[in-house]
Write a protein that binds this ligand. Structure first.
Ligand code: PEP
Length: 249
């Protein structure tokens, strides 16, 4: 299931005012000297248009952080996948643990959002990950398998799909799993997806996310089965984001 090119996607979460566009400019400049790695930035919705303008003809991709499952309608405050595509996005993160926990998103909701992404021509970055309690109880692989079964739509292998393994206890904490723990989960994901989709599963890129920093990126990005990173905090500054990308090259 290893892809030829790694993808490093930055999740800015609820961070970023107009002033942050200078970081995007620096990313565009720096990315030109890091060939062979796909990059994407997922800014808050308020900056999607402005980031698109800054990216210009750069190969850096653009994504939303969430979308509604419906195309349009009476859903105050929500954004559809079609709206993100219209604003220039090519990706959308769905099922981030902060949305699963803070907005009560079930696997079924996440699958509906991923399907909406396909409908709009976006690439979903579908997030899965266990809590520390689940890991301590030895439930990690079962939790990930259940999340994959419930959150990844049937059409995933026929469409371009990215899945991010993000242990909840590693997000924003500075803690990371060992390389052996990452390899174990990624290998299990490969097996789960292969038994469901057969050879077509090979096209699905599997990212690792959770406290990826310039200092640990090389080690984490060279774990067997890891096709890139979903990066939160370290994606806000161009210098850090670019060092992570360079670690993949
Ligand atoms: C994330 O929110 O997807 C994430 C991985 O965050 P951080 O890199 O800050 O742990």
């Amino acid at each position: 299931m290893t892809a030829h090119r790694k993808l490093v996607a930055g999740n800015w979460k609820m961070n970023g005012l107009q002033a942050a566009l200078s970081e995007v400019r620096a990313m565009v400049e720096g990315a030109a000297s890091i060939p062979g790695v796909d990059l994407a930035i997922c800014p808050p919705a308020t900056l999607v248009n402005a980031v698109k303008a800054e990216l210009g003809s750069s190969a850096i991709g653009l994504g939303g952080q969430d979308c509604h499952a419906e195309k349009s309608g009476a859903y105050t405050g929500d954004i559809s996948a079609e709206m993100l595509a219209d604003a220039g996005a090519g990706y959308v993160i769905v099922g981030h643990s902060e949305r699963r926990a803070g907005h009560a998103e079930t696997d079924a909701v996440v699958a509906a959002k991923a399907s909406a992404a396909y409908r709009a021509g976006l690439i979903p970055i579908i997030c899965v990950g266990e809590s520390l309690e689940q890991r301590d109880r030895g439930e990690t692989l079962a939790v990930i398998a259940a999340q994959l079964a419930g959150s990844v739509p049937d059409q995933a292998a026929d469409r371009t799909t990215v899945i991010a393994y993000e242990p909840i206890w590693a997000i924003g904490t500075g803690r990371t799993p060992t390389t052996a723990q990452v390899a174990e989960v990624h290998q299990a994901m490969v097996e789960t997806l292969s038994s469901r989709f057969g050879g077509a599963a090979k096209g699905i890129r599997l990212l690792y996310g959770g406290s990826v920093k310039p200092e640990n990126a090389h080690e984490l990005m060279h774990v067997e089965g890891v096709d890139g990173a979903l990066v939160g905090g370290a994606s806000l500054m161009a210098a850090d984001f670019l060092r992570i990308a360079a670690a993949c090259a």
